[in-house]
Structure formats: structure tokens, C-alpha cells
Ligand binder design. Sequence first.
Ligand code: C5P
Length: 395
Amino acid sequence: MMLKGKTVVLGITGGIAAYKAADLASKLTQAGARVETVMTESAMKFITPLTLRNITGRPVVTDMFEPASEYSEEHVALAEAADVIIVAPATANTIARLAGGIADNMLGTVVLATEKPVIIAPAMNDVMYRNTVTQENVARLKARGFTFIEPEYGRLASGKTGKGRLAETSKIIETIEKVLGIKTDLEGKRIVVTAGGTQEPIDPVRHIGNRSSGRMGYALAEAARDRGAAVTLITAPATLPAPGGVEVIKVKTAAEMKKAVVAAVKKADALIMAAGVADFMPKTAARSKIKKESAALNIELVKTPDILSEVKGDFIRVGFAAESENVVANAKKKLLAKHLDLIVANDITAADSGFDVATNRVTLIDRTGKEEGLPLMSKREVAEKILDRVKGMMK
Ligand code: C5P
């Protein structure tokens, strides 16, 4: 669902490749986009508005019932609502119309009325495409900031082969994502993220916990998912809703988390340990509730397994260091001790950073010892920065 929440205005013009726009509309809709279709009159000779209406579940704007008017509210609204406009296929005629700023149909009006990015995917006879006037129009629109998706070489409707076929749907979608700044750079990668604060039982009603809210880990899982990764989120208790499109494994204790991590990393490209894992646990958990009558209570604590240090395998390891003093120096020590590729250090004494807040101020330290201090940003933005580094270290 890379295009969730995005509005794509799809302009279809009158070329034989118009039928391919149905596939594009379908893929865009499946990717979560709201697709608003605008068809020219000649496009309707090749494919019906009904087809697009059924595929997108949205009304289709045509020139049929309403006279085009650059003052028309609806089309200005569409031009504003769009996150991106894609014209596919774009005929030589429409390209000329757009290059000339002519708004004598709906599509021309919407494009003229927008300040959003416009992408043009031409499809036409090879001679028409090569024609100087077409090339001049393309150049003018490029100079105005339009993005062009070159037609491909292949068999054309005329039966000849030449450069003029509409680019593949996948190429068009890739371009839309790129223009929208949507990254898909983690496609095909498997990323395991841990989150939340583990709970180590004292008795059936009490546990030793910590202040980790799970926000950083959940933001990482969501960001990795949105960039195309297959994500496993191993989460200790957190009060956040489980992110969609992610495999969620719920655990309570450090020992349970370790077991889940060991199983999950077998196929992983990266392990990001954002969880607040208890360092100590009660040696034994009382089977029944400990009574409060006694004057004092001593609980013997023992070390929990150190997941990061103990989990072996060929994947990128990222750890967190929540510190209250000598932040960077302590983080560097952990990086070495736990054989990490990257450590994310944060000073938990700052009010706007660390536990239970939506923002974080961290320093990223890699194996070469290089430090990258990031300014205060949302946990989602921190997640993107961490993933940029993880991606950079992948083969
Ligand atoms: O040593 P410290 O607990 O500060 O290390 C923090 C990092 O190590 C975090 O990434 C945390 O998820 C991980 N960790 C772990 N197993 C533990 C304790 C911490 O993997 N038992």
C-alpha cells in the first residue's frame, strides 16, 4: 500500500494504448491510491468511462456532459486535490495542447490549474513522436518541470516496430512513487524489528518493566514496510496499535523475545533492536501472589540473555543505547561489545527525547566510529534515517 492516502489524477487521452490505462488505474488503486480519472473525448472512443469508474470506484470526469471551463470549480478542486497528475497514454495532440497551455477540455484545464507535479507517458506512432514539433513540445514541458516517461521501442498499432509504445505499467508506477518521494528501496529485504519494554515476572501479578513505549520500534517497522521491506515486528508489551502489513509477534519477557528473534533472523537481512530489554530478571517467579504482610521483600535478580550479543548470523545489526551520561562514549562501547554495525544513541535525560515522546534526538555511530548527530525530529523521521544507513550497508 505504497500509495495509501495519495490522490492520483489519471488523464487518459485518445490513443490505442488507452486500454492500458485500465491496468494502470487498477494497479494504482490496489496500491492504495485514490484515482480520479479524467478522459478526453477521443479517449472514450477507445475505452469507456464505466470501465474506469468500476476499477477506481470513483466518478470519472469527461467532456461529455459538462462544457469545459477553466473557471469550473470541480476541475480546479481536482487540480488541488491531486498529489500528482499522470497522463497515460498522452497523444501528440494532448502534449501539444498542454505545451500551448490550451484549456479547451477537462484534462487541459486540470493540468493548467495545478501546481502539483505532472507526469506524461506518451504513446503514439513513432514518426509522430520523432516529429520536430512533438519533440519541441516535449522539451518545452520538460523545461517547465514536467516529468516524461519515454515511450518504449516495440510493435506499434500500425504493425511497424518503432519507438512509441506506452511505457510498462510498472515503470509508470515507479515514476509516480519517485515523483511523490516514496522510497521502495527496501523491496525484497527482510527486516526484523523489536519494540516495547519487556516484562519480567515477579509473581502472577507483578513484573519488572521499563519505560520503553514501543514508539521508536513501531515507527521503524512502519517505515521499513512503507519502503517495501517484509517486516517482522517482535514486540514486548506496548500500548500502540499493531501496524498493518507487518508480521507481529507478541512476547513478554527477554527470554521469549530472544527465542522469537532467533527464529525470525534466519531469513533476515537486518535486525534492529529498538526494544527496551530488561537486563535483569527475578531468578524465580513466585507461583502464587506474594503477600504484603512481610516487612520487606528481597528479590534475587539474575542476568537476562543479551539478545544482540548472542544472536548469530549474517545480517546487519542495529542496536540502541539509551544513556543518561557519556552518551556517545557508552554507545561506542556497546557497539563493539555487541558486534553491531550501527548504534543509535540517545540521551534519555532530555525531555523531548527518549521514552514515551513522539520525538527523538539521536546520534548514529557506525563501526568505523563515525558519528552522525541528528537534530530533534519525529521518531518516524529518525526511523527513515536509520533505514537509510541500513540500506547503505546492505549488499
Ligand atoms: O546494554 P543495553 O541494554 O543498554 O543495550 C541496549 C541495546 O541492546 C538495545 O538495542 C537493546 O534492545 C539490546 N539488548 C538486548 N538484550 C538485552 C538487553 C539489551 O539485545 N538483554
